[in-house]
Design a protein. Structure first.
Length: 365
């Protein structure tokens, strides 16, 4: 049985090579070929001894998830659909901007947290992605976008904000993060790699200690009663515990603030009083707010807050001295906008028994 080398970070790859009686520098060579140069053919790794290349062809593979579809939005946003086996797929979105190129990566096939405003949550949960399936999204996107190892980086930022809760797939997500940060792989700055969580408090502490990167928290409500409804994990880790975890995280974080993501739901969480409650809630946490206009999906009971109300909400936060941005709606013509990463979904009442996205349906679209 062969081993997929995309499942290893540097330490794991060195251990694997040691088991084969090979020196650690050979592992670093292969790591560079795989990730910096996007190479999957051992024969092309020309600075590696031919005998080792022949051995690797017998015992190992380099296999990312296959691209099922690649769609380009009118605004330049690009959405990839990846086959992760068992009839399921996950989605990855590339968002080009003037000063950066951001790749939004998925960490699970579906999501078990069931946030009421998120289409992925309506799809239910299938399984955690492997390291190869997580880092493979970046590997494939680099190749599809024509990245040149010697040229300017096309993907400069990565956010674990796609399908799933990254901290619910901690070990695999962190191994993928280490590859993103490794100078022999993608060499991204910790400040340019962001993990978004709905608030798994104990695992936030683990991330701080093991692999601190920039942190975004899906907040979406200023009080426990409303957040219990919108983000059910709040019933286990309420806001007081979440704010304390954010303060602890900043002790080792590469940025000196937490980004609070806040989806704007018409008549639900968007009043002046909600904004003032947010200021009180986050008073002791250095933070920025990213207001997200809600992106509708079939069967959703929510509506997008009108733009004038979003501006008023933002003004209250900014007048209190808190940096506040409103996320541009990007890629909604290809269902690539925030909260839409599940394709055309149907509400599923028996969540665990349903697939996430059926590959055969996806290919026929």
């Amino acid at each position: 049985m062969t081993v997929n080398l995309l499942d290893f970070d540097a330490a794991g790859l060195e251990a694997f090579f040691a088991e084969q009686g090979e020196k650690a520098f050979r592992a670093r060579q292969v790591l560079r070929w795989m990730h910096r140069f996007g190479q999957s053919d051992f024969d092309a790794m020309t600075d590696i001894a031919k005998s080792l290349r022949e051995k690797l062809k017998r015992i190992a593979t380099i296999v990312p998830p296959a691209i099922v579809s690649d769609r380009l939005s009118d605004d330049g946003t690009r959405k990839f659909l990846f086959d992760v086996g068992g009839g399921n797929a996950v989605e990855t979105v590339f968002i080009p901007e003037d000063d950066r190129g951001t790749l939004c990566v998925s960490t699970q096939a579906g999501c078990a947290l069931d946030c009421s405003f998120c289409s992925t949550g309506k799809q239910g949960f299938n399984r955690n992605l492997t390291v190869a399936e997580i880092i493979g999204q970046l590997w494939q996107a680099n190749r599809a976008l024509g990245a040149d190892p010697a040229g300017e980086r096309i993907i400069s930022n990565v956010v674990l904000m796609g399908m799933g809760e990254p901290l619910a797939n901690f070990e695999n997500s962190v191994t993928a993060l280490r590859l993103m940060l490794d100078d022999n792989a993608y060499g991204l700055s910790r400040r340019r790699v962001t993990v978004s969580t709905s608030g798994l408090v104990p695992v936030m502490d683990r991330l701080r200690d093991e692999c601190p990167v920039a942190l975004a928290v899906s907040l979406h409500a200023p009080n426990d009663a409303l957040r219990d409804e919108l983000v059910p994990i709040n019933r286990k880790y309420p806001l007081r515990e979440l704010m304390a975890a954010c303060q602890r995280y900043l002790e080792k974080a590469p940025r000196d603030f937490v980004t609070f993501e806040y989806v704007m739901l018409d008549g639900v969480n968007d009043s002046d009083d909600h904004a003032r409650q947010l200021l009180e809630l986050t008073h002791d946490v250095p933070c920025k707010f990213n207001l997200i206009p809600f992106n509708p999906f079939p069967g959703s009971p929510y509506r997008r807050t009108p733009s004038p109300r979003i501006r008023r909400f933002a003004e209250i936060l900014m007048n209190a001295g808190v940096v506040t941005t409103t996320r541009k709606t990007r890629g909604d013509d290809i269902d690539a906008a925030c909260g839409q990463l599940a394709g055309q979904v149907r509400d599923k009442t028996r969540r665990a028994s349903h697939r996430v996205i059926d590959i055969h349906e996806a290919r026929s679209r």
